[in-house]
Every structure is written in structure tokens, then in C-alpha cells.
Design a protein around this ligand. Sequence first.
Ligand SMILES: *Cc1c(COP(=O)(O)O)cnc(C)c1O
Length: 400
Amino acid sequence: MAGAELIGQEEIREVMEVMETGILMRYEFHDQRKGVYKVAEFERAFAEYLRVSHTLGVTSGSAALKVALTALDVGPGDEVIVPAFDFIATYEAVLEVGAIPVMTDIDDTFNLDPKAIEGRLSPCTKAIIPVHMCGAPARIEEIMVLARKHNLLVLEDNAQACGGSVAGKMLGTFGDMGIMSFDFFKTITTGEGGMVVTDSKHLYDRSDWYHDHGHDHNPAVGRALEGRTILGFNYRMNELQGALGLAQLRKLDFIIAEQKKNKALLKEALGGVPGIKFRTLVDPEGDTSTFLGFSLPEESAAKSFQKALKDYGVDSIYYKENAWHYAPRWEHLIAGATANSKGYPFTNPMYKGKVDYSVEHIPNAEDLLGRSLFMIVPVKMSEERKEIIVKGIEKASKLI
Ligand SMILES: *Cc1c(COP(=O)(O)O)cnc(C)c1O
């Protein structure tokens, strides 16, 4: 639960500063807001944290994906490479802009396999979305090389590894664009919220325009007189979210440090489990440690270990059968059941490709997720809870 575990006086103080002005919108009302611009301040602080040129707060991580894909001009007729192990929002965002998500295999990092990407390219491929799942980086440096070779755009979905890095460079800043989510389950939270990040002024401008009905946010004129180049929509972050984001961002390094300690404890307890192999980390330093992933030699061992853990009060996640995180489980996607009765964009005549969601394209995901479990690593763990977990793991490991 990460940031949500730590909501306290700092968040209350930040939110109250907004409430005392009464101005909940990020734009306008300059005379009434007494210098309080929380979203703008959060964006600046976040840009500094990531060492990136441009950041844009939006209403959610899903909205951030849609805004970024729109800024990148990914749309009808295009295909986008996405990992089979993911959260469904990445696929939905691609479909929302009229493009087609292409389910691609993962490797022992549990993230997009660079070696599998080439086999999934087609003349329609426009972009790759590496997703840094469960707190830890994808092989982003290799993916960038591959993308440049094939002239493809890269949008990093960093909803799940906010604060993570590879070789000291922050996740979300490798690709042409990156996104974060601040929903209630994420590493830091604004209730609902998201961020678009990029080093490109052009891509930032397009994001900025699109997320607010095309407004160019020209400070020299009032909102009613602002210019516009493209049509947009409303994905504006509000001041309460900005306030929460500021308080939470200050806690991010602490959150990661505590999770690292707790993860080390769990890892040590699991060390004695017969045949266990921990998830490969591209850069252990840059792991945010929100999750601990491991595999056992067989599917039956993973399932019986999960059951035994449960009996001793220890929860774990078996993602192969998870309804929201594994593409072959999305019966509505596979049926082409988009949110409109026409089945657009699968039925769009501008789309010349042929997408195929059968599992034969993802042998590693089928094998690996079939015999792997994940544990959520909390920020706060009482001594009692630690003892229950460590003892539970010990007892359960004797049963497999
Ligand atoms: C949570 C999440 C999203 C969407 O974020 P929301 O803020 O919940 O809309 C997108 N991608 C991944 C990988 C996620 O985990």
C-alpha cells in the first residue's frame, strides 16, 4: 500500500493550505489564491526529483498514458508493443487512442523481453510501452537501443516503480515520454492522479494542450483568450491532488528505504525454500522494493506453497490467474469487446495488421507466471507481523 500507509499531518497541512484559499483549480484566480499553486509546485518538485525537463500532472495514470500516446501521435492504424504481464490500463490507453496493443512476452525480470520484441514487430508498429512492473525496472537500456534501431517511439509506463532507477537514471526518463500513477495503491498517492514526464518541449506542449481542451496556457492573456492549435479534453489535476503529491513526494525516499529493509527480511526468510529462484533485478539499487517476486521449479509447487502460506496467515499473489494483470485472462479484450458497439479500433479499416492474443506468442510468461508468486512489501511492518511472516514462511516451506 506504500504511500497510503503514511498519510498524516503533512498531507493534512498541505491540503488545508488549499482549502484556506478556496481555489481548487490549478489555473486562474490569481488574486484569490494567495500565491498557492500546488499542482505547479508538485510538477516542479517532481521534475527535480526525476531530473527531467517537463512534468504534467493529470487525473490518473490511465489518463497520463492516453495524454502521452496522443502527444506522441500514436493513433488509428498503429500497433504498440506491450508486455503480457501488465495492468490492463496500458492496453486500454492504446485502444483509447485508436491504436492496437500487441501482447509481447516477458523474461526473468518479469518485464518486457527485448528478445521477444523483434518477433512482434510489423509494418504497423509505431511504439513500445515497457512497463516497470511490481516495483522493478525492465531492461530499459536494451529496449531503447532496439527502439532506436527500428525507429520506434518509447513510452515508459512507470505506474508501479515510481522512484526506481537503472544505473542512477530515474525510470520514466529513458523513453521519449514516461508516466506515473498516484492512485491509492501506488508508491505515492494523491487519491487518484498521474504525471506525464518528458525531456521534449514539443511533446510536453502537445500533452499540455491536449489535457486541457487545447488551451496554450499563455500567461500574458486570461484563460478565455488563450490560443489553441489542437482539440483536447479534460485531464487536469486539481489543487488538492497537487497538495497531497507534494507531501507524499517528500516521503518517497523514506518509503523505498523502508521497503528495502522489509524486503531483505522476507528474502532471507524465503532463502531456505527448496528450488526457489528470486526475480532477476536489472539494477538491485534501483528496485523500489514494493514487491518480492520468486519462482519455484513447478506450477504445483507454487500453488501448494501459496496455499500453505495462506494457512499460516501470509498472503501472496499468483499472477497467472489474476483477472487484471495477465493479458490472456482478459476475455473482453480477446473478444474485441471495446467500449463501443462497433468494436473500434479493432474493426477500423485504417488498421492493416492482424492482432493475435493467443498464448503461443508468450511462452516465457506462461511458464514463469505459472510457477511464480509475489508478496507485497509493506512500508510499515510491526515486530509481531514480521514474526508471523517469517515463521509462516518457515513452516510453509516444509510442506512443498
Ligand atoms: C495503476 C496502473 C496504471 C493506471 O494508473 P491509474 O492511476 O490507476 O489510472 C497504468 N499502468 C500500470 C502498470 C498500473 O499499475
